[in-house]
Ligand binder design. Structure first.
Ligand code: FAD
Length: 418
């Protein structure tokens, strides 16, 4: 395979939204690019997410006091978190790091680093989509966090304070205000906190494909092959062993989402990257629509009108990378969605599972691999990969072309895990 084809300046493993955005930015810097994925573009986790593109994502998953809720979530079969118990011994060290990341002083620093990767996302998506004919795939939207108990919709809560400190345009709505913005929401929901000035993807999979096609038109080669091994041969390059043969690389960007850490193990690099599985259920003929992304705060799921129908997405399931999906986790959304939107037609619902690449501190790894300067990390975007992909791509584009990175990369370095 690839015999006769020249080694491009940049080879990217993974054509999810992160790898695709890295490709676009590297191309814009004048580099030649090859994207390698075992599947067609944007058919992994980037296919089925909730479509939220928030410049204001600065609240990490691990927050002070979160541990108090976990036992209740775990015993509730409809709760937002589940663990396969046989997996617990392997999972426990990650949990300890996760809880440690939730200490107030650490959360503030993590929030700043999240914001640096999120803030320019709507603008960068618009830039990448311009001229593709698919500009409509990213729409202006608000993010409504809805509450049944109005007493819980408190702008002075730590998480909302954190967003306010990062200039997020937030406002509280009472029941009437909520109904005015989204009439389909049940009157059982008595309050909402909204974040304005953001966007939503109406088909995250098609967004990825449209951008991958643009990369191709700009000269990128897209190769379907499963990478079995990364074999560095010098400080400036190496070989990828794939199921289709060997490929030489000069600069390698590892953007293989939740599968990235496994590819690094043979190089002696161990990282606490967890496969945080999430599910969605799409109602193809919903009979109602929403104008915004809506999060049920208690249920911790997001619902949004998409091209394919109404998509309800969420759940954090810890069961390892290879375990078969438990679609019961997705089916739970049927009842929860109906409670949120009573007129929703739930017939013919289609289920999906995806794997969030999650580090304990909610931040990705971006930048050179220790001991292997030709390999750059661009993975681990957990719950925020759709929103953080364009800025990740931009900084990878800067690194591969020798420009100074436009943001401080120290919060994302691999060495932070010791
Ligand atoms: C239910 C759910 C809802 C979500 N909602 C949102 C949201 O609303 N907003 C948001 O910002 N984020 C959201 N996320 C998170 C977001 O989807 C992810 O962070 C993001 O998709 C990760 O992108 P990626 O490119 O790193 O990974 P992926 O999309 O998984 O891409 C990785 C690619 O690498 C390829 N690959 C892996 N191993 C190999 C190999 N050995 N050889 C070749 N190819 C390989 C895979 O085939 C895949 O295409 C959600 C996630 C889930 C599960």
């Amino acid at each position: 395979m690839a015999s006769g084809s020249q080694t491009p300046q940049v080879t990217i493993i993974g054509a999810g939204i992160v790898g695709i955005c890295c490709a676009l930015s590297a191309l814009e810097q004048g580099m030649s690019v090859r994207l390698v994925d075992r599947a067609p573009p944007a058919e992994g986790t980037s296919y089925g997410n909730a479509g939220v593109i928030s410049p204001w994502s600065c609240v990490p998953q691990s927050m002070p006091g979160l541990w108090k809720h976990v036992p209740r979530w775990l015993i509730d079969p409809e709760g937002p978190v589940s663990i396969r118990w046989a997996y617990l011994p392997r999972f426990a060290p990650w949990v300890l790091r996760f809880l440690n990341a939730g200490q107030p002083d650490r959360v503030t620093a993590i929030a700043d680093a999240m914001e640096s990767l999120s803030r320019p996302n709507v603008e960068l998506y618009r830039h990448h989509l311009a001229g593709t004919g698919h500009e409509d795939l990213v729409r202006d939207a608000w993010y409504l966090h809805v509450y049944r108990d109005p007493a819980q919709a408190r702008l002075d809560d730590f998480a909302w304070q954190l967003r306010s400190r990062h200039q997020a345009p937030v406002a509280r709505l009472d029941a009437a205000g909520l109904r005015e913005v989204e009439p389909a929401i049940s009157s059982e929901y008595k309050a909402a906190i909204i974040i304005k000035q953001q966007a939503r993807a109406i088909s995250p999979g098609r967004l990825g494909k449209a951008l991958a096609e643009k990369a191709q038109r700009m000269g990128a080669e897209i190769l379907q092959a499963a990478v079995q091994e990364i074999r560095p041969t010098s400080q400036t390059g190496g070989v990828l062993v794939t199921d289709q043969g060997s490929l030489a690389y000069d600069r390698l960007v590892l953007a293989a989402g939740a599968w990235s850490a496994k590819l690094l193990q043979p190089l002696g690099i161990e990282l606490p990257l967890e496969a945080e599985r999430g599910y969605h259920l799409v109602f193809p003929d919903p009979g109602v629509s929403l104008s915004h992304s809506v999060m049920d705060v208690a249920g911790k799921f997001v619902i949004s009108s998409m091209e394919q129908g109404m998509r309800c997405a969420g759940t954090a399931e810890f069961a390892g990378l290879e375990t078969a999906p438990n679609y019961q986790r997705a089916r739970v959304f049927e009842r929860l969605s109906k409670r949120l939107i009573p007129d929703l037609n739930v017939a013919g619902a289609q289920e999906w599972m995806g794997v969030r690449p999650s580090f304990p501190d909610s931040l990705p790894c971006i930048g050179p691999m220790p001991g292997h300067p030709a390999i750059l990390a661009a993975f681990g975007h957990s719950h925020y990969g759709l929103g953080m992909a364009p800025a990740t791509g931009r900084v990878i584009g800067e690194l591969v072309s020798g420009a100074s990175p436009s943001i401080d990369l120290s919060p994302y370095r691999l060495q932070r895990f010791g």
